[in-house]
Design a protein around this ligand. Structure first.
Ligand SMILES: [Zn+2]
Length: 193
């Protein structure tokens, strides 16, 4: 079995819910789990992961994994929002998986709203993490295509093209299919029959 996993998908593809359910199931069968996530203000502390459908669990929030050491008794480490860690943080997770014999399961985004891959996500691919795509459908009116991209909107509904990769929250984002992304971001119209 692979010991390093990357569950990736667009926003609203149930990644946090899947993580929380996994944590719950591991607890129930006696597997020792740690849940970690990035913090954005240099502080270490307990925070919650909350999914859109109301599930939640506690997580250790940390600004970097440089000083992180897994509890020796831990079997599985679940990582939320992994795209906000750095490439060297991913290398630390590789070390923990291979040298400390833990299973590491990461959850996060692959690309930002400018269609650029996050460095941490690229690093996970480079180091051979087992990839699991979490599918969801395009959020543009009734479109049933696979959502693979994000569009970022300002308060007036205009697409933001040179966005900040590290912006928090998704109230200004939509998960969309590639065709709608190209139409709304690059103004490339879809062919209609
Ligand atoms: Zn679409």
């Amino acid at each position: 079995m692979a010991n390093l996993h990357f569950h990736y998908g667009v926003m609203s593809s149930s990644k946090s819910a899947a993580l929380i359910i996994n944590a719950y199931n591991f607890h129930r069968n006696g597997t020792a789990v740690e849940v970690i996530k990035p913090s954005f203000d240099n502080r270490f502390g307990i925070q919650k992961i909350v999914s859109r459908i109301g599930l939640e669990c506690e997580a250790n929030a940390m600004p970097s994994l440089e000083k992180y050491t897994a509890n020796p008794n831990t079997n599985v480490i679940l990582v939320d929002e992994v795209q906000f860690f750095t490439e060297s943080d991913i290398d630390k997770l590789v070390h923990i998986a291979d040298q400390q014999n833990k299973i590491v399961m990461c959850y996060g985004l692959m690309v930002d709203s400018n269609e650029k891959i996050f460095p941490a996500s690229r690093r996970l691919i480079e180091v051979g993490a087992k990839l699991h795509r979490m599918d969801s459908t395009c959020q543009i009116n009734g479109c049933m295509k696979l959502a693979t991209h994000h569009l970022r909107f300002d308060g007036t509904g205009r697409v933001i093209r040179a966005g900040d990769q590290f912006a928090l929250g998704d109230s200004n984002y939509k998960s969309v299919c590639r065709a709608h992304y190209n139409e709304l971001y690059h103004n490339i119209k879809q062919k209609t029959k």
